[in-house]
Design a protein around this ligand. Structure first.
Ligand SMILES: [Zn+2]
Length: 710
């Protein structure tokens, strides 16, 4: 089964209508997804795949898996682990191949044909998953194995797999009575309608919330390029002769860093803050109130006290209490830092010859002045030391070689979906083939923003597959023949995504559902964020940060600036995320019997209980525009960004305490974390490596909120 799709849609039961599958064209017989690729590592046949192959392959793949699953469900033989659980793991090979390849290309190199395939196929895949989870005969087999699990003589990975299957079936509603299943379907339909409605309203609100400026003088401080962009944004809206500052999804807006006119700043901030609370078509509050209430009801139907408990059942944190406790622990040091920062902001305002108290719309401007005075880091000075290819080979690969003994060789013979993509074969410490890794680093118009990692082929001993993984980013592409000089942020992104890649490449599982990066949201960013630390390790840094023309090492003063700048404004940066994480947990611990909430009052009460300076440091997202939690699958999950930070800083502190960059340390981390997938629960897995539960001290040190080296 496709691990990613399996996990992603486990809890979703969507009702579908409207799209009927087009018949597969005649070329389906030669569809390149039908058989396993004969390339090394079963790499995707980008030399043979045409855009027109994807949709037929999806249809073919779903049909084939439906038949396989039905055969399992109808099998007259008594259920065994092999004829039920392992059989499900073996099913869906064509669908896996096309899903994994398509997902990679669709996100990194799409076109109108692929967009249509995505729109057509997404609801069918959801329906396909539902048909599996809500098949009572299939669940009966899983259930009977689960009941007999103590007598089945399963090994550790098999026992975990049975547990995961059982949980996922139950979580999707397989255990409900027929009447409750109907209720669940209705709830899910309404929830998905409300999520879409929220998204549409927010889009409307964000567009309408853009600040329109009639007097150019009000934009003083913005650089000429930003003013030009504001003028053309106005033109695009038929407001020729004016200037428009569109809103970003966060509370704070980039222009607030430079706008000198205080009234303009206040107006822009207010537009952002109130964007979805105007009592018009873009007002999301009624939608949110209903979403929160129905999510609580859905949780109750499935036997949980609240929606957060329903979501957290398979996460490392496990319970809302654990998350709330974690958040509360971060508050004192963050508040102390916020107080220091407010004082800095106040003195910067005085230095500017003003005497007002700082308001949220003043923070970015004056924080930028404080930053410049203390740590100014000139990108033009820094970038010549970060040439992409050198960073990759002498930084990212070097660190992995020192820690894990693995080595890399470029393969020009493996077909790619775009000429910018590069492929490397990875050899294990003993020289045996380990994985293929693709790098697609440069920005393109048809690529999603941001950076990510995934698999073209997942690792599984059962299926005989080795990992084929990829890293995608959006770095600026240099002119032909010029070196790609990147920022330190980009360098960090390379290490981050490669940390995910290592998690995928070191996977050593029998069963695909438990393999590699198929782990909980509050665990999956742990290996990637952990790998970021090596970018600044003195040995690694000195090995890659060399001037691209002279080969000279970066001057120490510049290195120190990079390190110090990373610790700037952390009371603000951490505070706005903690507040948003707490708001998310509060919304999703509403009890099922509670009435619909008044959104403003609910939010104000949540802020009051924070114990942070939420006036000067407002939440990164207000309830009314918190897209992550209302429509993007992060409900009761926003804390995960902070949780994984606790894990990676703790693990790195362990490395430092044990000699840092050594093969011995790397091997231990590989053996106990990177190669384990989800074969164990995350708490015990982490404890086994770290020797105790994770604690927040290394995280607070790393952020510079408490003294000491991280
Ligand atoms: Zn990541």
């Amino acid at each position: 089964m496709n691990r990613a799709a399996w996990l992603r849609t486990a809890a979703i039961v969507t009702c579908l209508a409207g799209w009927s599958a087009a018949p597969a064209p005649a070329r389906a017989a030669a569809n390149p997804f039908q058989a396993a690729s004969t390339l090394p590592f079963q790499a995707p046949r980008f030399d043979l795949i045409h855009d027109g192959d994807y949709q037929p392959a999806f249809l073919l793949g779903m049909k084939a898996q439906r038949a396989e699953i039905q055969a399992i469900a109808r099998n007259p033989a008594a259920p065994t682990f092999d004829n039920t659980i392992a059989a499900m793991e073996r099913s869906g090979r064509v669908l896996d191949r096309v899903s994994e390849t398509f997902a990679g290309v669709y996100q990194a190199n799409t076109n109108p044909t692929l967009d249509k395939v995505q729109a057509a196929v997404a609801p069918l895949l959801a329906q396909h998953q539902d048909a599996i989870y809500l098949d009572p005969r299939l669940f009966a087999r899983v259930q009977s194995l689960y009941a007999a699990r103590a007598t089945l003589k399963l090994d550790g990975e098999q026992a975990q797999l049975l547990e995961v299957y059982h949980q996922q079936f139950v979580h999707a509603g397989a255990q409900l009575s027929d009447a409750d299943k109907v209720t669940l379907r209705h709830l899910n339909t309404r929830l998905s309608t409300l999520e879409t409605l929220f998204q549409q309203k927010l889009l409307t609100a964000t567009k309408a919330g853009a600040l329109v400026v009639s007097d150019k003088a009000a934009l003083a401080g913005l650089d000429p390029a930003a003013i030009d962009a504001a003028a053309s944004a106005a033109q695009g809206r038929g407001l020729t002769g004016k200037w428009v500052l569109p809103l970003q999804n966060t509370t704070q807006q980039p222009a607030l860093q430079t706008l000198e006119n205080r009234d303009t700043r206040k107006a822009l901030f207010t537009n952002s803050w109130l964007r979805a609370e105007r009592g018009d078509a873009g007002d999301t509050r009624a939608t949110i109130a209903e979403l929160a209430q129905l999510r609580a009801q859905k949780a109750a139907l499935l036997g949980y006290p609240d929606y957060a408990s329903y979501v957290l059942y398979d996460q490392m944190a496990r319970t809302p209490d654990a998350v709330q406790h974690f958040i509360a622990q971060l508050v004192p040091a963050t508040l102390a830092e916020q107080k220091r920062e407010v004082a800095d902001i106040q003195s910067a305002i005085r230095k500017d010859g003003k005497d007002f108290q700082p308001e949220p719309w003043d923070w970015q401007l004056y924080a930028e002045q404080v930053r410049k005075a203390r740590y100014d880091l000139d990108q033009d000075q820094v970038k010549p030391y970060f040439e992409l290819d050198t960073v990759l080979r002498d930084g990212v690969f070097f660190a992995a070689n020192q820690l894990y003994g693995i080595s890399f060789k470029e393969r020009k013979d493996i077909p790619v979906y775009n000429p910018d993509v590069r492929v490397f074969e990875v050899s294990d410490k003993d020289g045996s083939p380990l994985a293929l890794v693709y790098f697609d680093y440069f920005k393109r118009d048809n690529k999603n923003g941001g950076a990510w990692m995934s698999n073209f082929v997942g690792q599984s001993h059962l299926l005989g597959t080795k990992p084929v993984v990829y890293n995608v980013a959006n770095f600026t592409k240099p002119a032909a023949g010029q070196p790609a000089l990147i920022s330190f942020e980009d360098v960090t992104t390379m290490f981050h995504e490669f940390g995910h890649a290592l998690h995928g490449m070191f996977a050593d599982q029998t069963y695909p559902t438990l393999s590699g990066t198929a782990v909980a949201r509050d665990f999956v960013e742990f290996p990637s964020q952990f790998n970021e630390h090596w970018a600044l390790d003195p040995i690694v840094f000195a090995h890659y940060a060399k001037h691209y023309q002279t080969g000279a090492p970066m001057p120490q003063a510049l290195v120190d600036k990079i390190k110090k700048a990373a610790r700037f404004n952390q009371g603000y940066a951490l505070g706005e995320i903690i507040t948003a994480a707490k708001l998310d947990m509060d919304w999703h611990t509403i009890k099922p019997a509670a009435p619909q909430q008044d959104v403003d009052r609910f939010e104000a009460a949540s802020m009051d209980r924070m114990g942070l300076d939420t006036k000067d440091v407002p939440t990164r997202y207000r309830s009314s525009y918190f897209l992550h939690i209302w429509a993007n699958g992060y409900a009761a999950g926003y804390y995960a960004y902070l949780w994984t930070e606790m894990l990676d800083d703790a693990a790195f502190a362990w490395f430092r305490a044990h000699g840092g960059l050594t093969r011995e340390n790397g091997q231990k981390f590989r053996d106990m974390i990177l190669s384990r997938g989800h074969t164990q629960d995350y708490g015990p897995m982490f404890r086994a490596f770290y020797g105790k539960d994770p604690d927040i001290t290394p995280m607070l040190r790393h952020r510079g909120l408490i003294p000491g080296d991280e």
